[in-house]
Design a protein around this ligand. Structure first.
Ligand code: SF4
Length: 373
């Protein structure tokens, strides 16, 4: 990998208490012995990578999963110490950990805070206990509230809450209750995704024909309600599914959408050096045995330009033509003039020095992105 002015780091912790029925992330329920083997391997992988890339500057760390709060907190501490030992982690780096209620005790949260983690992302999904049950989540709303209070008590002043729409049985009214209760808690950031029924999950077998899921019109209504209600409560949308208080956007994800290079550690983690992408395998046994191999994909210039467009246009602020020129030495209009004009004529895109989707364009973002692929 080539060196760079600043890397992001993603660490994948693939452990969960139990697999949720809708989940297609690389995650497993394993015992403490497997946790130990995994973290031992993870530390070795960080050592090996540092030998290759050198002591690169790091601007953000994201510890995701799985549920990183499931294993002993000392393991997370060891990973952070190792990252700081091997890389030049900026003193003001954003360091996030994902947490689920029921596995994030106040003691654990305090250990994370002391270890330098300064952002917490809590998976709530819904404040309705029947919907949480439907998703086979292990917590109820009350337990989430406890975790949220514990997080504030532990000193976290930058918290994201994940919520979900289009859950089986969810109605506009119940989704509105979720939104209202969440804004009442006043987190700094809210991620609002729609449930996707992924092939290979138990949900796929149950809902592949769409029966039992909110219909398309209801789903659309939920989408508009999210935008409107969160805006009324001081949350600005900065990406298709992400909302924050001013200045509290997730810096790590912003980096991902603007193609900042990143190093991935753990099974199934991807890395990107600005030109090539590396996709690690997802075999836990192989990883614990020290096989850190990854498939390399070299992006052609056409792929890289397309990626620049469809990742950047996810952001409400869009992309600067000057940045495109800097990245590829070519004018955006010369490469994508036709597509930009078409989308602008359809009222879906603003085609100035800064290119961005209109509100209407954001609503049909998949259609707009497909123009660039
Ligand atoms: S907690 Fe998250 S990662 Fe774990 S099984 Fe459930 S959805 Fe998947």
């Amino acid at each position: 990998m080539k060196s760079s002015n600043g890397y992001e780091i993603y660490v994948h912790i693939p452990f969960c208490v139990r697999k949720c029925d809708y989940c297609d992330f690389v995650s497993f329920a394993c015992g403490a012995d497997v946790h130990k083997m995994y973290f031992d391997a993870l530390l070795r992988q960080i050592d090996e990578t540092a030998e290759t890339v050198g002591r690169v500057p790091v601007v953000s760390v994201f510890i995701g999963g799985g549920t990183p709060t499931v294993p002993d907190a000392q393991y997370i501490m060891a990973v952070l110490c190792k990252l700081k030992e091997k890389f030049d982690v900026s003193p003001d780096a954003e360091i996030t950990i994902e947490a689920n209620p029921n596995s994030a005790s106040v003691e654990k949260l305090k250990v994370y805070k002391d270890a330098g983690i300064n952002r917490l992302s809590i998976g709530l999904q819904s404040t309705e206990d029947n919907e949480l049950k439907m998703l086979s989540r292990l917590h109820n709303y009350e337990e989430f509230l406890e975790t949220y209070r514990d997080a504030r008590e532990a000193g976290f002043d930058n918290i994201n809450i994940d919520i979900m729409s289009a859950i089986p049985g969810q109605t506009i009214e119940s989704y509105r209750r979720t939104l209202e209760r969440v804004v009442e808690l006043n987190p700094e950031h809210i991620s609002a995704y729609s449930l996707i029924v992924e092939e290979g999950t138990p949900f796929y077998e149950r809902y592949k024909d769409g029966k039992g899921l909110p219909d398309e019109d209801t789903e659309r209504e939920m989408y508009y309600l999210t935008k409107q209600l969160l805006h009324e409560h001081g949350y600005e949308r900065y990406e298709i599914s992400n909302y924050s208080k001013p200045g509290r956007e997730c810096r790590h994800n912003l980096g991902y959408w603007t193609r900042v290079p990143y190093l991935g550690f753990g099974i199934a983690a991807a890395s990107f050096d600005g030109e090539k992408r590396f996709q690690a395998h997802s075999d836990l046994k192989r990883f614990c045995a020290g096989d850190f191999s990854a498939e390399t994909e070299t992006l052609s210039e056409t792929d890289a330009m397309a990626e620049f467009m469809f990742l950047g246009l996810r952001l409400v602020r869009g992309i600067a033509k000057a940045d495109f020129k800097k990245a590829f030495g070519r004018d955006m209009d010369e490469v994508y003039g036709e597509q930009l004009n078409k989308l602008a004529t359809e009222g879906l895109l603003i085609n100035g020095d800064q290119v961005m989707l209109t509100d209407k364009g954001m609503d049909v973002a998949n259609y707009c992105m497909s123009e660039f692929v």
